[in-house]
Design a binder for this molecule. Structure first.
Ligand SMILES: [Zn+2]
Length: 318
């Protein structure tokens, strides 16, 4: 577990001094303030390319502006770079979405959702389950991953579009629900996105977010080895505390935080553990293909949080 910082003083040179003790770390003064609390001082978080805000604990990877994210989220990202074979895993992925949809229906009722926006719709697997369940709701999904959106439109006939939310014109009717499934950690400008949602969602409308929890036991124990740490695809590392603060800043009040189990393909688990980012091993490469495609298991490592927050009239979410 990371040693907690004591009372800190920031010198004129931007060095972090810890009262009554030796200097523990030298924060990097970044021209960008912390998106959660506005603090300018950060310390390294277990590796040189991650920073942690000394005030609120938000962890982030400074954005490398030379990286074009559109070139990352191609078919290769979903077929070998990050996922083994995202499309072939559709039954497992949709099973997870169906679990969330049932939970949403239980929490808010069958007709609570009128106009839904999904940011990061990928291949349209959530769209397919959502539109089958909430038949009266209007669904619109967007993603910067061009090939994935083409699949959602052409193969699943879903109302999806290849575009960036920040350039999307505002809707004629405010959204009732906005979904960001495992997306917020990828965004280069999460403040811009949440602020825009805040303007375009109805009062009482809900934002649904899943993301890793950097304060979870697994993340604290595994530190730099935590499986969700991989910039530049994952840039923001929230905890329940910092995500709550962040949403409150943009006028949302948190309604619920849960840590649901996730069904995982045994093939994908094998791929992540033994093949991804490892040296080529022909035997392992062949072995994983023997694992039945639809074999999956529910796993709960309590490090993926599902947060629902409601738009209130005040910008601090009170
Ligand atoms: Zn902060």
């Amino acid at each position: 577990m990371e040693r907690p910082l004591k009372r800190t003083e920031l010198s004129a040179q931007g060095e972090l001094c810890v009262a009554g003790d030796s200097v523990l770390a030298r924060p990097k003064t970044n021209r960008m303030p912390c998106i959660v609390c506005g603090e300018y001082s950060h310390v390294s978080y277990h590796r040189s390319d991650l920073l942690k805000c000394v005030n609120c604990g938000f962890v982030f990877a400074p954005l490398d502006e030379t990286v074009d994210l559109r070139l990352i989220y191609t078919d290769a990202y979903f077929n070998g770079d990050e996922y083994m074979d995202y499309k072939n895993d559709s039954s497992v992925i949709e099973r997870n979405f169906l679990g969330r949809i049932r939970e949403i229906r239980k929490m808010f009722g069958e007709h609570a959702i009128a106009r839904a926006l999904e940011i990061g719709c990928a291949y349209g697997f959530f769209a397919r389950q959502f539109t089958a369940t909430f038949k009266r709701a209007r669904y619109y999904g967007i993603d910067i991953a061009k090939e994935a959106v083409t699949y959602a439109k052409m193969n699943l006939q879903q109302n999806c579009e290849n575009t960036d939310y920040l350039i999307l014109p505002p809707p004629q009717t405010p959204y009732s629900d906005v979904f960001l499934w495992d997306v917020i950690e990828h965004l280069p400008n999460p403040s811009g996105v949440i602020e825009k949602i805040s303007r375009e969602i109805a009062l009482g409308g809900r934002i649904h977010i899943t993301t890793g929890d950097i304060d979870s036991l697994v993340a604290r124990f595994q530190k730099a080895r935590w499986r969700l740490i991989h910039p530049p695809t994952h840039l923001s590392y929230f905890s329940a505390k910092t995500l709550t603060m962040f949403l409150r800043k943009h006028g949302f009040r948190v309604k619920s935080i849960s840590y649901p189990p996730v069904w995982r393909s045994v093939r994908q688990i094998f791929y992540s553990l033994f093949i991804l980012n490892k040296k080529d091993n022909i035997t392992l490469g062949k072995l994983h293909l023997w694992i039945p495609k639809h074999l999956c298991v529910p796993i709960n490592t309590f490090d993926i949080m599902y947060m629902v927050a409601e738009r209130t009239c005040d910008m601090d979410g009170e």
